[in-house]
Structure formats: C-alpha cells, structure tokens
Design a protein around this ligand. Structure first.
Ligand code: NAD
Length: 304
C-alpha cells in the first residue's frame, strides 16, 4: 500500500497542532493526499493554506485513508479517539501511526485496540521539536512489526531525517522516554555543576572549556548550554524562550517515572528529575527546560 506513489496514498491526519500541522504540510509537499482534522479551527485554516483537505470530524478524516497519523497531547486523547469511533470509521487493514508522546502502556493498549479492529499499528514518537517538524528533519523511534515499520517508513522519511525501528509495539515510546530521561537528568547535572562552579569562583566559560573536552561532556553542555555565552544558539542566550518547553520535559519525565515504577526499576535520578521539573513547571512551564539552572541558582542563595 505505501509502496504506491504518494499521490495514490490518502493520509488521515488527526491533531494538526504545533507538531502535526507542519508534519502534515510536509506530506502534502511530497505529494500525499492529506485529509486533516483538529478541534481547533485555526489549525484547520492553516492546514488548508498548506494544501491539505480538512474534514468536519476525525472519523470523516480517516474514512478514506490508507494510513492514519495521530499527533495528540496525551495517551488518553489517543485511546479515547481510538475507542470513540476512529478505528471503526477506517477501512479494514488501515495502518495507524501514532506519533504522540504517550505512556508505553498506553501505546501498547492503542496498538492492541487497532489490531483487534482489524488494522495495523505502530507507535512512532519523535524528537526534534517544532523546528524539526517544519524542516522535515525529525527523528522517529518506531515500535511495531517489521512489516508495518516498512509500510510506515516512506511517510516517516518525508517528515524526518532519521527513522529507527526500535522493536515491537510500545518500544518506540520506550526509546523516547529513556532518551528524554537522560536529557532531563543531564541538564540538571550540568546546571548544578555551573552553579557550584560559580560558588567556587570558576567562570562559566572556563568550566565549559574544561568539561566540553573532558568526561563531563554531553549534549546538555555542548549543544544546549544552560548559561549564556559558551553556545550562542542555546536558549540561555534568548531569555530561555523555548526550544523545548519545561512543560514538555515535565510531561516526558512523568511518563519515564511511571515506567520506572511500573517496571520496578531503581531509577532514583529519573524519579528525582521528574520531581524537580514538576516543581519548576508550576511557575515556569513556558520557559525552556534549560532554565532549570536559574532555579538551582535561586535556591542556592548568595555566594558564601
Ligand atoms: P499541540 O497541543 O500543539 O497539538 C495537539 C493538537 O491536538 C491540538 O491542535 C489539539 O487541538 C488537537 N486535538 C486534541 N484532541 C483532539 C481530538 N480529539 N481530535 C482532533 N484534534 C485534537 O501539541 P504539539 O506540540 O503538537 O505536540 C503533539 C505531541 O507531540 C505531544 O504528544 C507532544 O508531547 C509531542 N512532542 C512535541 C514536541 C514539541 O516540541 N512540541 C516535541 C516532541 C514531541
């Protein structure tokens, strides 16, 4: 089915928000017939400007689809839609690709529901943010059978620069939350080191110059440095405008914490990082997640 030319493939796209909107637009540009739906009228208007057709319900958007992509806020949204008529509205054997970031358990439930309804299903969460969605350079982490992965891949290649088959249904989400758990922990670690260095009379630039060439080197330091200066493109140089918002990091760490607990993993740093970001989110959800360094500095009081 997906080996057909894009113009012969109809994609039902549900959830045309910050991520889904530009992803759908890239499919249109590549020649796919896209029928979209979103609850927000502004998202529908943008989709029309981008050359997609829009439907007046999610069920109508998927009725003629060969492939359905969902890009929704949470697992509850995905499962409620799947149970609420979306699966029943689709043609038998439709491939459902859920690219939302959701709980591993919810991803497995969603795939089970799709299979029981006679469809095919993969979880294909992304990293790369809104900029990656617009540029078609997302990274996709895919969970599902090898056959369904191969069917999904031509579309994912249009929307992304890197597409990895991680394993069975749910394992794409597992890759996403494991990666973002490392990211949350490493950002806190780097931020604590900067603030400790400041207390000890070590300049931010000197710490950067040492650690970026030593064993403390990591992405949170060298690509996304949480203090202004050393990496000019990092959000720290732009008053912590996201980037990757704290609210999204809080969500992903919450999913990681759920998975740690559900699987009996002694993930003390993952659980603690989830608590730290959850507290920070209460008043700073819209700031970039690297602003956690300001919180650590504020809670550390005046220099000794
Ligand atoms: P968003 O809130 O901008 O978009 C979600 C869209 O879903 C909204 O437009 C909303 O109206 C729509 N929606 C909700 N319920 C619906 C329903 N029943 N029917 C149709 N439409 C419905 O969120 P986003 O930033 O696009 O994120 C989408 C997903 O991608 C989330 O799971 C998020 O965690 C994940 N993600 C986001 C980013 C990012 O940087 N924004 C990066 C990676 C992953």
């Amino acid at each position: 089915m997906t080996s057909a030319a894009p113009a012969d493939t109809t994609v039902g796209f549900v959830g045309l928000g910050h991520m889904g909107g530009p992803m759908a637009a890239n499919l249109v540009k590549a020649g796919y017939r896209v029928v979209g739906f979103d609850l927000a009228p502004a998202a529908l208007e943008q989709a029309v400007k981008d050359g997609a057709s829009v439907a007046d319900s999610s069920d109508a958007a998927v009725a003629d689809a060969d492939i359905v992509i969902t890009m929704l806020p949470s697992g509850k949204h995905v499962i409620d839609l799947y149970n609420g008529g979306l699966l029943a509205a689709a043609k038998p054997g439709t491939l459902f690709i859920d690219s939302s970031t959701i709980d591993v358990a919810d991803a497995k439930t969603a795939a089970d529901l799709a299979h029981k309804a006679g469809h095919r299903a993969v979880d294909a969460p992304v990293s790369g943010g809104v900029a990656g969605a617009a540029a078609g350079t997302l990274a996709f982490m895919v969970g599902g059978s090898a056959e369904d992965f191969e069917s999904a891949k031509p579309l994912l290649d249009v929307m992304g620069a890197k597409v990895v088959h991680c394993g069975d249904n749910g394992v794409g989400q597992a890759a996403k939350i494991c990666n973002n758990m490392v990211l949350g922990i490493s950002m806190i670690a780097i931020s604590e080191a900067f603030v400790l260095g400041e207390k000890l009379g070590l300049s931010n630039q000197a710490f950067f110059d040492v650690a970026s060439n030593a064993s403390g080197q990591c992405w949170s330091l060298t690509s996304y440095c949480p203090v202004p200066g050393p990496v000019p493109t990092s959000p720290a140089n732009n008053d912590y405008e996201p980037g990757f918002a704290t609210a999204l990091m809080d969500k992903d760490l919450g999913l990681a914490a759920n998975a740690l607990r559900a699987n009996g993993v002694d993930g003390q740093l993952g659980l603690h990082a989830a608590e730290i970001y959850n507290r920070f989110k209460q008043e700073n959800g819209g700031k970039d997640f690297s602003a956690i360094v300001t919180e650590i500095r504020n809670r550390s009081g005046e220099s000794a």
